[in-house]
Design a protein around this ligand. Structure first.
Ligand code: G4P
Length: 525
């Protein structure tokens, strides 16, 4: 297979959902279809149960599981599928945001009884920001759920995207009959016997045929009415609208019962985008270019404290990646060679010799990488679009053991490179402030400092509302602002100015009084 065919056959995506909607179950069923696993239960849920928020072993377990299931690659009908896993717990939302920078499309799972939930809304905001094409899978049709038309309306309003159903449910819960596939024009019946296997679909191009009654009896008329209504309400599906992130195709099914998944997957491999171009500060990089380039979007520390190495996950953007070849680490300006690049598969990982755009490789890292780093065949480019988000929870961090100052500094530095949280230094007091998006991170940091770096820290409360990056072309106004607000000005890890607003009011006032200063809520501007 030549280089271009390798690129074109790849589909790299993430499945996102509010916890419990069925992301893990759907992932597992997709792997079963791909023959990547053979029994259900092989993919462990990576979620931390609510009761375990302060159970450190749970956190460690979670980290272990999520390394193993970080990327799941398999072949299905000549298509190479890469599913990128995202953490279920909302305190790790920033991890999910970053993973979304490395995918070409997304499948959103919605629970048919609950509809759109908070976490889905937030993740969709990120997809919208990046123009990522999305497909929706409405799950748990075997349970009593809401009216499908209502659900679609809710998705349009809440997720702010037009939808187009490509399959349609026939009743639900106890009386669930199956789905009609509008994309392939066939009927898939839901029967108890077929629950865990994949039933054959019934070709039925003419929905008005009396044959329909034979299969679904009294539900036939309702299906015809529904389909007519769909044709009336929704314009014909255009693949381009999906690829431009203007319309989300919607499928219905039951992941647990392996039902409706094949329709989703077949349509997905047909229409989902192959690896896209990425923007660097210097120029746009197309996957057709045969010179290697890629960026780090995630870093995972080894769970074994005796081996303090880490795995950096690199999304390949262009060119073929090869084992034992020198690549330029652009930020450090040095050449690095990798003898054991790994790919991941459910619970296994294996060493690979080559990888193509769209693939994710895991590189052993002894502290060279941080999130956002670029690796190339020699060109000095810098990928954009892997932002840090304004944290919302803050604490002062202090050294709790005067003998271990160095260990603490190193530990904090490396944890920040991994993207666990963000560190700011208050310019007037010199005190270090950690900002996170979830409360759990504070515990993770303290625990990991102790176990991996032999350092101990103590937190002290600080009343802050938000940290935002500030910039202005009007140097005088910026200096004036920094002078007046000196107590609230900090520096991030890269020495950029950050305003620590103590309330939404003070942020609003600052924005009004200093119109020439821009306040940024992600670190990329
Ligand atoms: P998540 O990764 O999005 O958090 O969800 P996950 O797949 O873990 O699913 C959450 C719960 O919903 C699980 O039940 C799972 O079995 C169930 N589920 C998933 N898909 C369907 C479906 O199509 N129909 C029905 N009825 N249930 C579904 P659990 O009891 O929380 O976990 P478990 O003990 O079954 O593993």
């Amino acid at each position: 297979m030549d280089y271009n065919q390798e690129v074109k056959r790849r589909r790299t995506f993430a499945i996102i959902s509010h916890p419990d909607a069925g992301k893990t179950t759907l992932t597992e069923k997709l792997l079963l279809f791909g023959g990547a696993i053979h029994v259900a239960g092989a993919v462990k849920s990576n979620k931390i149960k609510k009761t375990a928020t302060s159970d450190f072993m749970e956190i460690e377990k979670q980290r272990g599981i999520s390394v193993a299931t970080s990327v799941m690659g398999f072949d299905y009908k000549d298509i190479k599928i890469n599913i990128l896993d995202t953490p279920g717990h909302q305190d790790f939302a920033e991890d999910t945001f970053r993973t979304l920078t490395a995918v070409d499309s997304v499948i959103i799972v919605v629970d048919s009884a609950k509809g759109v939930e908070s976490q889905t809304r937030k993740l969709m905001d990120v997809c919208r920001m990046r123009n990522t094409p999305v497909m929706v899978f409405i799950n748990k049709l075997d349970r009593n759920g809401r009216d499908p038309f209502d659900l679609l309306d809710e998705i349009e309003v809440e997720l702010k995207i037009k939808v187009r159903p490509l399959s349609w449910p026939i009743s639900n819960g106890q009386t669930f009959q199956g789905v009609y596939n509008l994309f392939e024009k066939n009927l898939q019946l839901f029967t108890e016997v077929e629950k865990q296997t994949i039933g054959e679909s019934i070709e039925l191009h003419d929905i008005n045929s009396k044959e329909l009654e034979k299969y679904i009896d009294r539900y036939a008329e309702k299906l015809r009415e529904d389909l007519e209504m769909i044709e009336g309400i929704y314009p014909d599906f255009q693949v381009d609208d999906y690829l431009q992130a203007r319309v989300a195709p919607v499928f219905f099914g039951s992941a647990l019962n392996n039902f409706g998944i094949r329709e989703l997957l077949n349509c997905f491999i047909e229409i989902a985008p192959s690896p896209k171009s990425f923007t660097t500060i210097e120029r746009v990089i197309s996957p057709d270019e045969q010179k290697f380039s890629g960026f780090v979007f995630k870093i995972h520390a080894n769970m074994d404290p005796n081996h303090r190495d880490r795995i950096a996950f690199v999304r390949i953007v262009s060119g073929k990646f090869e084992r034992n070849t020198n690549y330029l680490h652009v930020r450090h300006g040095k050449q690095l060679k990798f003898s054991n690049p790994t790919s991941f598969m459910a619970d296994k990982k294996s060493v690979i010799d080559e990888a193509y755009p769209g693939d994710i490789v895991g590189l052993h890292d002894t502290g060279n990488f941080k999130i956002g780093d670029t690796l190339t065949g020699g060109e000095k480019i810098h990928f954009k679009g892997i932002p840090s988000f304004s944290p919302e929870l803050f604490r002062y961090v202090e050294n709790a053991d005067p003998m271990k100052y160095k260990q603490l500094a190193k530990g904090l530095d490396q944890l920040m490179d991994e993207g666990v949280a963000q560190l700011f230094i208050n310019k007037s007091s010199g005190r270090k402030i950690i900002g996170t998006v979830g409360a759990l991170q504070f515990e993770v940091i303290q625990y990991r400092l102790e176990h991996e770096y032999n350092a101990s820290c103590r937190y002290e409360p600080i009343q802050l509302y938000k940290a935002c990056w500030i910039q202005s072309t009007d140097k005088k106004e910026l200096d004036d602002f920094k002078r007046r607000k000196y107590q609230y000005i900090a520096e991030d890890k890269h020495g950029r100015d950050v305003f620590l607003a103590d309330s939404s009011y003070s942020l609003q006032m600052a924005q009004e009084k200093f119109p020439n200063i821009k306040f940024f809520f992600t670190s990329e501007f």
